[in-house]
Design a binder for this molecule. Structure first.
Ligand code: NAI
Length: 487
């Protein structure tokens, strides 16, 4: 029988020991997988690869198409980027699928019936890692959200729900505040939901949505959300379901996929044979399903459930009610291997039909990119950000200098400080930092690049320091920038 070729990175911290445990189980089960080992993480950093990924690893992953990855430590400081984030973004792994299922009563859970799948956008949002210190007092992080990025993860969530017999997809955003970024995610969700009329689609604001997930997870089925919200929400959901130690994730893109545990490298318990290998094991089972080996995945899954039912628990799952013996990482793996072929008695077993297709959709439809020619883009002004720190920090002192610099084609419309209007009119209580956003609008309704460059020169000529600019555009007549207060 032909074996599937899969890249394997054992990872750092507890990575090697939980990987060995998982490989033992796969070997005993006879899984048709041949692994190609890769060195990612600490060793690669120390070998001089600041991304933690040697050049040869990129080629190997592209050739295999599938990577099983142990957790990797991100060294603090020193300009090191997270290997995990780099892999997800560079390989185009746009969907991060994180099932959170309670295993009550074997693993006590606050919500015994919890069965939620979180699909987290995996490439965009603040995870672009584009940050700047702009003034003595103010730093910024760019939140980038694209229409194609939204389209493919949202369509993926609907495809996942359809393929897995789920009934509902919930979109969580904060579009009451971030009307353009989160607003785009929400509006693309509405568009794509229409293609799946058999599925219920709902939107909730992330704060109340997260609170409801924590208190009433039965209201949710599949959740799709932006990168940062999904990161936080899925850790909380994993703990609510039982333990982060048993949570797995699949990072899926158009042609490649990476499977890993949700938890990190747990340096506090590394090398002690106490770590729970279940998160990585469940990730390996998602990988087997992805490779079309549903029967093998189900058989190992059932042996794993039976082990938990028999009360053989690693230290993190020990509880008075259902634990019979505390076992180490290796012993837990042996216990699962010993139970291959057995079914759970109380927990719901994993079943498969010969005709079942893989649970993870591989390639959702390509995002539609509107041709640039169909969009009328018009520059209507500019936001000039200044560092300015005069005594009193009074915008009424700043405004006349900017009005003098505005020239004939532009007018000063607004000054804000951290987004709060301080001119015209403001409130004495508003904290004023050294970072000012000054909005100029075109007198004639539109302006060109030459007018904006000339404005910047005049701003400098009146002794002010622009630290950044954002052009203000309309798209087909619709405002492409957030309105200031009172605008
Ligand atoms: P962590 O998930 O490694 O550990 C948090 C807590 O959970 C610790 O008390 C740990 O002992 C426990 N824990 C985690 N996995 C466990 C397991 N399998 N069995 C039993 N207990 C377990 O999170 P932390 O400490 O914030 O991060 C450590 C390192 O891992 C950092 O360098 C971080 O950047 C990295 N990390 C890597 C990830 C990945 O490779 N995908 C994901 C998250 C963090």
């Amino acid at each position: 029988m032909r074996k599937h070729r899969v890249c394997l990175a054992r990872g750092d911290g507890i990575g090697p020991e939980i990987t060995d445990a998982v490989l033992d189980i796969l070997r005993e089960a006879g899984a048709l997988v041949e692994f190609e080992p890769l060195e990612l993480g600490e060793r690669a950093y120390h070998a001089g690869y600041s991304a933690g990924i040697p050049d040869t690893a990129w080629e190997a992953i592209s050739a295999c198409g599938v990577l099983l990855k142990g957790p990797i430590t991100t060294p603090q400081g020193g300009g090191y980027k997270s290997v995990n984030v780099t892999l997800r973004k560079a390989l185009g792994l746009y969907s991060n699928v994180r099932p959170c299922t309670a295993l009550h009563p074997c693993v006590p859970s606050q919500h015994p019936g919890m069965d939620v799948v979180i699909v987290r956008e995996n490439e965009e949002d603040t995870y672009g890692g584009i940050e700047h210190r702009q003034t003595g007092e103010v730093v910024q992080c760019l939140k980038l959200v694209s229409r194609p990025g939204c389209e493919r993860v949202i369509r993926y969530a609907f495809e996942y729900a359809r393929r897995n017999g789920r009934r509902k997809v919930s979109c969580l955003t904060k579009d009451n505040i971030m009307k353009l970024t989160d607003g785009l995610f929400h509006s693309v969700f509405r568009e794509i939901a229409r293609e799946y009329p058999e599925l219920e689609a709902e939107h909730r604001i992330i704060d109340i949505g997260a609170a409801r997930l924590a208190t009433r997870p039965r209201e949710f089925d599949v959740i799709v959300t932006l990168n940062l919200y999904g990161d936080i929400l899925s850790d909380i959901a994993a703990e609510l379901a039982g333990s982060i130690g048993i949570a797995a994730s699949a990072n899926v893109g158009g042609t490649l996929a990476m499977f890993e545990a949700v938890h990190g490298s747990a340096p506090d318990i590394a090398g002690r044979n106490v770590a729970n290998p279940s998160g990585l094991l469940l990730a390996a089972l998602m990988m087997l399903e992805h490779l079309g080996e549903q029967g093998m995945a189900a058989s190992i899954h059932n042996a794993w459930l039976r082990t938990l039912e028999d009360g053989l628990h690693t230290a993190d799952l020990m509880n008075e009610a259902t634990s019979k013996r505390c076992v180490g990482t290796r012993e837990f793996a042996h216990a699962v291997a010993d139970r291959l072929g057995q079914m759970p008695q109380t927990l719901k077993p994993r079943t498969v039909n010969e005709t079942d297709s893989p649970r993870l959709p591989t390639c959702a439809a390509q995002p539609s990119i509107a041709p640039a020619s169909s969009t009328q883009k018009c520059c209507v002004g500019i936001d000039v950000f200044l560092e300015w720190d005069a005594p009193g920090r009074d915008a009424a002192q700043l405004a006349p200098r900017l009005q003098a610099a505005a020239g004939a084609s532009l007018r000063l419309a607004l000054i804000t400080n951290r987004g709060v209007r301080v001119w015209p009119e403001g409130h004495a209580q508003t904290l004023r930092t050294d970072h000012w956003r000054c909005r100029f609008l075109a007198q004639e309704g539109h302006c060109d690049a030459a007018a904006l460059l000339a404005l910047l020169q005049r701003v400098q000529a009146v002794g002010l320091e622009p630290i950044k600019t954002e052009n203000l555009y309309t798209f087909n007549g619709e405002r492409g920038y957030s309105a200031g207060q009172g605008e």
